[in-house]
Design a protein. Structure first.
Length: 82
């Protein structure tokens, strides 16, 4: 499996994301993993990895990227999502 934290260009600036895929270069179906109110937390990254283990390319974007990314404090992240 190949896993990385990455950035890609978005309308308001770079979007942070967690990317996971099985090894190899073949075309794969893709899954967009949408986070809960806490942003891109380890659980969401694990969901992306589990999809990759099942044969999917998975991308979990950080919805708080325009605000600097998901903070470690989940209560702070929840407030930022508002």
């Amino acid at each position: 499996m190949y896993v990385e934290d990455m950035k890609y260009p978005g309308e308001t600036g770079d979007i942070l994301a967690h990317y996971a895929r099985p090894k190899g270069d073949e075309k794969l179906p893709g899954v967009l993993v949408i986070s809960e109110i806490w942003g891109l937390v380890p659980h969401i990254e694990d969901v992306a990895r589990r999809f990759a283990l099942e044969g999917y390319l998975a991308l979990a974007p950080d919805p708080l990227s325009p605000l600097g990314g998901t903070p470690e404090d989940v209560d702070q992240a929840r407030g930022m999502m508002r």
